[in-house]
Ligand binder design. Structure first.
Ligand SMILES: NC(=O)c1ccc[n+]([C@@H]2O[C@H](COP(=O)([O-])OP(=O)(O)OC[C@H]3O[C@@H](n4cnc5c(N)ncnc54)[C@H](O)[C@@H]3O)[C@@H](O)[C@H]2O)c1
Length: 254
């Protein structure tokens, strides 16, 4: 997919990886739609020099997702790609000192991270499928954000890892579902990145993880995530795959 002039919808665009991705793609000439539950996306869209718009959305709420896509279609008449970055954390053990993990906490994390990603993807695919086929019959691209916690979740990450493991698991079947329409589907599994989500976890969480990162020994830069998104958008043979970006970090149990 050619990034210049394309229409790219980014969820979780108010912060961290989503915001960095919006900035990277806008510099490369994409028209970016910033979607988030935080209304700050409106002011952020105004700071971008190129074509940008914003809409508030709860990714778990179909009505708000459909309304946001309709706004993008009304503005630019097409959607070429969806980048799913909206997500939440939340640590709790299966059985802790206070008793069993509250089921509604598990449910909420899976609902936002997994169901929210699927909800946005299925509705984006409906719009992307309307595009005229380009080179190789390509119509567009969907990129999800999982985490390396999908593979080596730590103590307390049972819900988060389940939600991200679900994203990993749906990547290939979604790519297969949408292959006939020329829509590629890939997932990025980040290690630890310097974003508000990681800052909220605190130094006691991030410092041991930096120490376990092989090279370079630091947090990932959100821009590095955005550059991987841009590469996947442009490279038509990457499909149905989960790509780790983690400085060779393999997380220990705690
Ligand atoms: N930062 C890391 O180290 C790291 C590592 C692995 C995976 N990830 C994943 O990357 C994604 C982005 O993380 P981040 O670090 O940029 O986090 P962040 O907290 O900085 O940004 C997440 C954004 O998602 C939005 N959001 C949350 N729930 C929403 C909902 N229901 N509807 C719409 N928007 C919603 C938030 O408002 C926020 O702007 C998440 O899925 C996260 O799990 C992050």
């Amino acid at each position: 997919m050619q990034i210049e002039n394309s229409v790219v919808v980014i969820t979780g665009a108010a912060s961290g990886l989503g915001w960095a991705t919006a900035q990277v793609l806008e510099v490369q000439g994409a028209r970016v739609a910033l979607l988030d539950r935080q209304a700050s996306v409106f002011a952020q869209a105004d700071t971008l020099g190129g074509a940008a718009m914003a809409a508030t959305v709860d990714v778990t709420d179909t009505a708000s997702a459909e309304a946001a896509y309709q706004q993008v279609m009304a503005r630019w008449g097409r959607i070429d790609a969806l980048i799913n970055c909206a997500g939440i954390g939340g640590a709790s053990r299966t059985l802790g000192k206070q008793g069993p993990m509250p089921l509604d906490l598990f449910q909420r994390i899976v609902q936002v991270n997994l169901l929210g990603s699927f909800n946005m993807a299925r509705l984006a695919a409906e719009q992307i499928a309307k595009n005229a086929a380009g080179d190789d019959g390509e119509r567009g691209v969907i990129i999800h954000t999982a985490s390396i916690a999908a593979y080596e979740g730590q103590v307390g990450q049972v819900a988060y890892s389940a939600s991200k493991g679900g994203i990993v698991g749906m990547t290939l079947p979604m790519a297969r579902d949408l292959a006939g329409m020329g829509i590629r589907v890939n997932t990025i599994a980040p290690g630890i990145f310097a974003t508000p989500l990681m800052q909220a976890a605190g130094d006691e969480v991030s410092q041991p993880l930096i120490a376990a990162t092989q090279f370079p020994k630091r947090l990932g830069l959100p821009q590095e995530f955005g550059e991987l998104v841009a590469h996947i958008l442009g490279n038509r043979f990457i499909n149905g795959e989960v790509l780790r970006i983690d400085g060779a970090l393999r997380m220990p149990p705690r």
